[in-house]
Ligand binder design. Structure first.
Ligand code: FAD
Length: 396
């Protein structure tokens, strides 16, 4: 496995549990990462429960998200109460990704077949007879070759394994980038509500973040960071005032340097074929999504948990069986990824509307949705409960 993010670590754990030998190669020496995959959708929560690690995660510290509120210039357009959904795991969770990854590692370490090589990067593929038979890596012990029956690229949105594999892909930049920052939670905000604020073609996500912070992501035009920076930090403060004027003092007190911010280049990637003999891509490497509606971790976990049983059956057999399992994996997983991507792109498009007529249409759409519980449930089921619906795990 190249990459010790949610996809690689979960696959490592699930294969080790099934008695397979696994090496996860991770380029960083730690799991510290910020602004990444912190809001986990209810479906991802159900997967953590299935993995048997949900209790450890909540014990280590997580925030339960009970409501989502979309407002425009202070007027509520849409309110979602996750308590209204009839599923066992109905609330998104905010979990620091280092917590998630550390617990996955702790579980995987119980199995003798599992090894995590930190500070180690994949720098090349080893090939034989047209198939990938391993990687070349560079780490504390220098360069080495690691041979494997299957090499899995779980190395995220800028996947080097994808680049090296020769597999075709299409990366589509969306119309915006996102600037992220964190503030102390405002004293009069509750920690269980996820706010989306829109103002014309601008929008911001205000997400309660463990332990007592609010994480803010607001859109700028694609490649617009230089322009924002030229206006200085005052420009950034003013920009946030448009979306959340009540946070003005907090923003000015907390964001005093550009290093308090982080920019995410938003794109989606479509890889028509996720595998070739000896190699398979999973997680963001196979299908980078937009951050809207927090879908990435869910798909990463579900990829790993779908793949592990398919692979463990065939790893001891021949290369052809492994290749067939890899193709079967893509057939199973792709429709769900496609559904999420199309829902995200629809929302992305609506959030970029700026001319008065389309802004009015958008407000009318969200208001009508808000008044129609059946429609609201249907749309949100697609976003957050795809998996629990199809598993029929709703409770009455
Ligand atoms: C700013 C931001 C905010 C996000 N917010 C959310 C959210 O709130 N909810 C949500 O569900 N999703 C969110 N996402 C998406 C989510 O983080 C990803 O979908 C998810 O982490 C994908 O998991 P992964 O394991 O496929 O890839 P990653 O998490 O990217 O992990 C890939 C790993 O591979 C390692 N790696 C890369 N190259 C190499 C190499 N050559 N050799 C060895 N190791 C390598 C990296 O260090 C990394 O640890 C966000 C993403 C970003 C960037």
């Amino acid at each position: 496995m190249v990459g010790g993010g949610p996809a690689g670590m979960t696959l490592g754990l699930e294969l080790a549990r099934r008695g397979c030998d696994v090496v996860v190669v991770e380029q960083t020496g730690h799991f510290n990462r910020s602004f990444r995959g912190e809001t986990i959708s209810p479906d991802a929560v159900s997967l953590l429960a299935r993995l048997g690690i949900l209790e450890s995660i909540t014990a280590a510290g997580a925030l339960v998200n009970r409501k989502m509120k979309l407002t425009e210039h202070g007027r509520t357009l849409l309110e979602v109460d996750f308590d209204d959904f009839p599923h066992r795991h109905r609330h998104p969770l905010d979990v620091p990704q280092p917590t998630l990854l550390a617990i996955l590692e702790q579980e995987a370490d119980r199995h003798t077949g599992f090894a995590l090589l930190r500070n180690t990067s994949a720098i090349g593929l080893v090939e034989s007879d047209g198939a990938v038979v391993g990687i070349r890596s560079r780490g504390p012990a220098g360069e080495q070759e690691i041979r494997a029956r299957l090499t899995v690229g779980a190395d995220g949105r800028y996947s080097k394994v994808l680049e090296m594999s020769g597999l075709r892909y299409r990366r589509t930049p969306l119309e915006r980038d996102v600037v992220w920052l964190k503030l102390p939670a405002p004293p009069d905000w509750t920690s269980d509500t996820y706010h989306i604020r829109i103002a014309g073609g601008r929008h911001g996500l205000f997400i309660p973040t463990y332990p007592d912070l609010v994480r803010i992501g607001f859109n700028i035009p694609k490649g617009g960071l230089q322009t924002l920076r030229r206006a200085g930090l005052t420009g950034l403060h003013t920009r946030l005032d448009e979306l959340a004027p009540e946070l003005g003092d907090l923003v000015r007190g907390s964001i005093q340097s550009w290093s308090d911010t982080s920019v995410l280049d938003i794109f989606t990637s479509v890889v028509p074929q996720w595998s070739r003999p000896g190699l398979l891509l999973i997680g963001d490497a196979a299908h980078t999504l937009s951050p809207i509606l927090g879908q990435g971790v869910s798909h990463a976990l579900f990829d790993a948990m779908t793949l592990a049983p398919l692979l463990s059956e065939v790893l001891s057999k021949g290369r052809d069986e492994v290749t067939m399992a890899a193709r079967q994996f893509q057939r199973i997983r792709e429709p769900s990824v496609r559904r999420s991507r199309s829902l995200q792109l629809q929302q992305e498009r609506m959030f970029t509307f700026s001319d008065p007529l389309r802004v009015l249409l958008r407000s009318t759409f969200y208001r009508s949705l808000n008044r129609n519980p059946w429609l609201k449930r249907r749309l949100l089921n697609n976003a957050f409960f795809q998996l629990q619906q199809s598993a029929g795990s709703s409770v009455t």
